[in-house]
Design a protein around this ligand. Sequence first.
Ligand SMILES: Nc1nc2c(ncn2[C@@H]2O[C@H](COP(=O)(O)OP(=O)(O)OP(=O)(O)O)[C@@H](O)[C@H]2O)c(=O)[nH]1
Ligand SMILES: [Zn+2]
Length: 368
Amino acid sequence: MGRRDIRDESDFRSRPSKRGSRPRTKQRPEHSDAVTGLVTGVDRGRYTLLVGGSETGHGGTVVTAMKARELTRTRVVVGDRVDVVGDTSGEEGSLARIVRIQERTSTLRRTADDTDPYERIVVANADQLVIVTALAQPEPRTGMIDRCVVAAYDAGMSVLLCLTKADLASPDALRALYEPLGVEVVVTRRTTADDGGAGDLGAVALVPESVEEVRDRLRGLSSVLVGHSGVGKSTLINALVPEAGRATGVVNDVTGRGRHTSTSAVALRLPDGPATDDDPDYDGWVIDTPGVRSFGLAHVEVAHLLHAFEDLDEVAQECPRGCTHLADAPDCALDDWIEASPDDERPAREARLASFRRLLTSRTGTDA
Ligand SMILES: Nc1nc2c(ncn2[C@@H]2O[C@H](COP(=O)(O)OP(=O)(O)OP(=O)(O)O)[C@@H](O)[C@H]2O)c(=O)[nH]1
Ligand SMILES: [Zn+2]
């Protein structure tokens, strides 16, 4: 029995639960009575699950669970679909048991880095990575964005670049860097006195149309939001999911409360569509990752990353064996692709290749 086992076990017993004294062996085989749950939160060995909801989160019961002892060494993360047995009533004090993790459609990973010595799966089964970047305050850092793009493409996820604080600076330069990669870009900004908004008083209100534009791109999907401190991620999440109550702004002088009480990911359900809207694709999941400020990318392979760029991938089939595809690579077919370009396509190809090579380089750079 491993150490964690012991701890889980004592956690388990310390809870006033009828299940504590039941012989384990009874439900062991097969778990044919298991139901499916979606992991929406993880906190020190306790998993918050939504059981019996639809794919995009309609309905369902919120259940607290722990891992069965056979999963002690298996990591269960937000976004995982799990099989769960035991008390799935969701009643106060009830505790269910996760007995299986269903196959993952995607895994967003980070390699070990200075802040964390282990390679970790951050979120499972997400469709999209939303990179939240302020256009000013703090200044955008393209290295950070590049690394997020690489992590997402490597995980088989699509990318949405959400540029915040457009009231402070223009998004044009960043658009020009990322649209050639096929990255979708949305822009948000706060209301100002001109919009009849709060101006500089009170909490920031975002222009509703700009939030709607973001929401449109999240519908029916599971989206992971990442961003550096201060970019306005919490402000955006609160606008998208009003009941989320993510803490915003700097540490509050009055209450002394910090911004984040938890550093683990949490999945928040987008509000249901209008009552008249019975489109099941209306809603979706927003996964906040307060602890994730960067991605270590040592696990990413060039060949795998290339798959995210079909046209470049095809061209690169002609490259010499072991080609790095970087600007200094001898005889890289991607350079021939530019040379052979029709004049009217050339600027677009050049921009795409330059952006792709930037991504390749970011893979080995550090974010700090
Ligand atoms: N000018 C301007 N300020 C904004 C906008 N959105 C958010 N802010 C402000 O930016 C600051 C940081 O916003 P938060 O939402 O707390 O940022 P965060 O990314 O969640 O940062 P952490 O809480 O540290 O993770 C706050 O003072 C917000 O009021 C915007 O569109 N324009
Ligand atoms: Zn090459």
